[in-house]
Design a protein around this ligand. Structure first.
Ligand code: HEM
Length: 457
């Protein structure tokens, strides 16, 4: 049927749940924590429609509808205002934030760095970074506490700069971590102002600190690119792929600004999310000793009690299941959004151009109709048999469609390697009984960086 024959989606459309929360409630909730601002119905219903300040927002948590929007109609969607306003000042028009031909060119240019054979070759660097973290922990006083979020950021940052940029080139990890935290802190304000279509010059708390953080990160990267151009070295990494990339349509190469956009994108998207996934995994294992023991037993069986080696990683199936289940409960990227650039069909309706599509991955992963006892931590959900019985998009920590995370295999390999090295040698204990509350700052962080006590195993 032609799209013109379909009725336009509206508050009256059959099968559509309408959220009638007033902007007076939604706006402050967005500023505090965008996850808490989601209409609660989206955790029970497939599609929720809302209209705030004249903007239509269509929230989807049904896997078939997500497939129809993000995969089948991907070319009708752009990343949109929320993403541009929140991330554009730091990441410019890099792979995560660009649209159309500019996005496609960049995706094709960096794809060779993510081929399976290439990733397997990065495993020794991943294991070595995990070993440095383990040795640092073991050399501390017995019973010392570690801030788990910070520790995982440090480890995954080491890995991203070692593997993708051939070393940190003098970049200060602690400054980068602080820079990213400062940058992300006021993003709730940005989403709220974007929802109200407020002008971009409007000041909000934390704005100037966020801008300074972005400038600091960019200046460090720009220095690194200049050094690399001057050195003419032949290293085969992401930097050289970007330096050599040429647009198939125009033949032009990337400017230093465009290369910086992408290096900043990979440096941030490529370590913070994995670090958070790992932090949540370790916090869960510290409270679920039966699953921790199963992981430790698997590592022992696969490694034979010796050091973790690259060929062991693919065999650590249960460890991978644990990481997957942690990302179900605490998806590091909990909400993704798009804007319709033209009208498109969805569930027998027409979604008009300009509508915002929200895919609350957190709600999909906790949805009452998709998961039995959704709040329970149960890595068994990711056994081969259980995965087979589920819709592909009932679980989507890495997104879906052509904009799916390019680093998903990298992240999974890295996470399993880090868990294997750490859990083989240390036991982590939590003094707090319950899990820390999550807080969304584009990514899903523990509200405060929790401490875990380290004990030699
Ligand atoms: C557990 C770790 C990770 C999670 C949960 C995650 C999640 C995601 C999600 C949900 C998206 C899609 C965003 C959207 O549709 O709007 C995405 C995109 C992206 N991710 Fe990841 N990511 C992770 C690790 C990584 C790593 C390790 C890298 C790089 C080495 C990376 C680089 C990117 C890039 C460049 C994009 C944009 C891709 C495009 O638009 O073509 N991510 N990620």
């Amino acid at each position: 049927m032609s799209i013109d024959a379909l009725p336009r989606i509206s508050e009256q459309s059959p099968g559509v749940t309408v959220s009638r929360r007033s902007p007076i409630k939604v706006i402050p909730a967005l500023v505090r924590d965008p996850l808490r601002a989601l209409p609660p119905e989206i955790y029970r219903e497939p599609l929720v429609y809302s209209r705030v300040a004249g903007r239509e927002r269509i929230l989807l948590s049904d896997p078939a509808l997500i497939h129809e929007a993000l995969v089948r109609n991907a070319d009708a969607l752009s990343k949109g205002e929320d993403v541009r306003r929140a991330l554009g000042p730091a990441l410019g028009q890099g792979l995560l934030t660009a649209d159309g031909a500019h996005w496609r060119w960049q995706r094709q240019s960096v794809a060779p760095a993510f081929r399976h054979e290439k990733l397997v070759g990065l495993l020794p660097a991943m294991i070595a970074a995990a070993e440095r973290t383990r040795d640092r922990w073991l050399s501390a006083e017995p019973g010392a506490a570690v801030r788990i979020g910070h520790e995982m950021m440090r480890t995954t940052f080491d890995i991203i700069v070692d593997t993708m940029m051939s070393g940190p080139g003098g970049i200060d990890v602690a400054q980068v971590e602080k820079g990213i935290t400062d940058y992300l802190k006021p993003t709730g304000w940005i989403f709220a102002l974007s929802l109200l279509s407020a002008p971009e010059w409007l000041p909000y708390p934390g704005r100037s600190r966020a801008r300074s953080a972005a400038l600091y990160l960019r200046s460090e990267i720009t220095r690194m690119i200049a050094e690399r151009r001057a050195s003419h070295d032949e290293r085969e990494d992401l930097v050289s792929l970007l330096l050599a990339a040429s647009d198939p349509e125009t033949g032009r190469t990337m400017t230093d600004g465009e290369i910086a956009d992408n290096l900043l994108t990979f440096m941030t998207a490529g370590h913070e999310t994995t670090a958070l996934g790992l932090a949540w995994t370790l916090l869960l294992l510290a409270r679920h000793s039966q699953h921790e023991e199963k992981v430790v037993a698997e590592i022992k069986e696969v490694t034979g009690g010796g050091p973790v080696r690259p060929e062991h990683i693919a065999k650590l199936a249960y460890t991978r299941q644990v990481f997957s289940e942690a990302m179900r409960l605490y998806p590091p990227a909990p909400i993704i959004t798009r804007t319709a650039v033209r009208s498109f069909p969805l569930q027998g309706f027409t979604v008009p151009a300009g509508a915002v599509i929200v895919v609350p991955i957190h709600a999909v992963h906790h949805h009452a109709a998709l998961w039995e006892d959704p709040e329970r931590f149960d890595p068994g959900r990711f056994s081969t048999e259980q995965v087979k019985g589920r819709h592909r998009y009932a679980y989507m920590p890495f997104g879906a469609g052509p904009r799916v995370c390019i680093g998903s295999a990298f992240a999974t390999m890295e996470a399993v390697a880090i868990l294997a090295v750490l859990l083989q040698s240390v036991r982590l204990h939590s003094q707090a009984g319950s899990m820390p509350a999550p807080l969304m700052r584009v990514t899903l962080r523990p509200r405060q960086d929790p401490e875990l006590l380290v004990e030699r195993r």
